[in-house]
Design a protein around this ligand. Structure first.
Ligand SMILES: *Cc1c(COP(=O)(O)O)cnc(C)c1O
Length: 405
């Protein structure tokens, strides 16, 4: 998954271009910057590589989601349907615009279950936000159909799935808007950064101004900009954009390496009949940042995790079910509505209600799921060793269970 593994001369060169002029800001200073516009260049590169009409860089994936919501008019009192399995940033963004996160079950795609989405729709629903977790995607045709029927917005959180596609189109470019994160552990990194992608000019124009205090960017200089609406500062810096520019030029190399290492590791797991794999919707291409796989029961999965821990080879094998960042079961701060400031009573009661809501379908999937992160740096021998050790640990717990039964 991480582009930081291949940080090198290319990134240093791009950063140096910016250091040479000393203009670290993405806007203004037209003379002194001597034609160096890294953020603009990166936006054009994103448009070209991922196939969207418009791209607006931001300071993070989280601020990209917030910006997309604001630009799409999602706000106070609106309900946003999102999955139980995601990163905390997804609900942070919903709450930040005053909207209400409505969590629903996932299926074996590890993303929104379209049937669960249908059940969750109310007159207040404004947006469906699939989160394409761990390199692969939600059933986007099914979700689009629901959006059309109910006149809802489709916002893709593709922060973790840079380079994956669905029916020939890049994830993040299919909905009304979509976002990538370029934080330090994503497929390509800016150190910190994100992007809003859209095919709608109006959404783009709003995102452009929103991320820069509402400045309309139509003045002869920054001081002459007008403010059609209130914005924030979610700008990316030229230094961050410079890193991303070097990284995006290498993205297809990263994806090829990822796929190769993914296939080689997965082959070891495929030999075990009890292991099954995450479902990829028809027409989908996984970015291969993780191999996500299932054991038949929660008990076996916990035994595998314990075995890996004992052998000291747990790192890189994520058991999200008990992870503080990614699954609802551990989001006590969310369920307690533990905010530093007042929130609306609608938001508060929706969050408190999560304590009584059962997500048995999600639990049944996540309690059996392991995601193994794919490194770009593995050698063939390392993959073989990792695959064999993982397979041995799986076989050991399977055998122990059989003896027990
Ligand atoms: C990383 C991530 C984000 C947020 O990205 P940051 O750049 O770290 O703010 C949002 N959603 C998902 C699913 C992510 O993995």
């Amino acid at each position: 998954m991480p582009g930081y593994e291949l940080f090198g001369e290319e990134e240093k060169k791009e950063i140096n271009d910016v250091l040479e002029t000393g203009i670290l800001m993405r806007y203004g200073f037209d003379g002194p910057r001597k034609g160096i516009w890294k953020a603009k260049e990166l936006e054009q590169a994103i448009i070209k590589r991922f196939g969207c009409k418009y791209a607006q860089l931001t300071s993070s994936g989280t601020s990209a989601l917030t910006t997309a919501m604001a630009a799409l008019g999602i706000g106070f009192g609106d309900e946003v349907i999102m999955p139980t399995f995601t990163f905390v940033a997804s609900f942070e963004a919903v709450l930040s615009v005053g909207a209400i996160p409505v969590l629903v079950d996932i299926d074996e795609t590890l993303t929104l279950d379209p049937a669960a989405v249908r059940t969750a729709i109310t007159p207040k629903t404004k947006c469906i936000m699939p989160v394409h977790m761990c390199g692969s995607m939600a059933d986007l045709d099914a979700l689009k159909q629901i959006c059309t029927e109910h006149k809802l917005i489709l916002l893709e959180d593709a922060c973790q799935s840079i380079g994956a596609s669905y029916k020939g189109r890049s994830l993040g470019t299919i909905g009304d808007a979509g976002t990538f994160s370029f934080d330090f552990v994503k497929t390509i990194t800016c150190a910190e950064g994100g992007v809003v992608m859209t095919n709608t000019e109006d959404t783009y124009t709003k995102a452009d101004a929103y991320t820069d205090h509402g400045h309309d960017h139509k003045g002869v200089d920054r001081g002459a900009d007008l403010h059609p609406f209130i914005g924030y500062n979610y700008r990316i810096s030229e230094l961050h954009a410079a890193v991303g520019l070097a990284q995006i030029r290498k993205v297809d190399t990263f994806l090829d390496m990822q796929k190769k290492n993914y296939d080689a590791l997965r082959a070891h797991l495929e030999k075990i009949p009890e292991v099954s794999f995450r479902e990829v919707p028809e027409g989908g291409v996984d970015s291969c940042s993780f191999v996500s796989w299932f054991l038949p029961t929660e008990e076996l999965t916990k035994a595998f995790v314990a075995e890996m821990k004992e052998q000291g080879i747990l790192p890189g094998n994520f058991y999200w079910y008990v992870n503080n960042w990614h699954y609802l079961s551990k989001w006590d701060h969310l369920k307690q509505a533990a905010t530093l400031h007042n929130i609306s009573s609608d938001q508060r009661s929706a969050l408190l209600k999560l304590n009584e809501t059962k997500f048995t379908a999600s639990d049944a999937i996540m309690s059996r799921c392991i995601s193994t992160a794919i490194s770009l740096l593995w050698s063939e021998e390392q993959i073989k060793e990792k695959g064999e050790r993982m397979a041995a640990a799986i076989n050991k717990v399977l055998k122990a269970q059989m003896q027990h039964a």
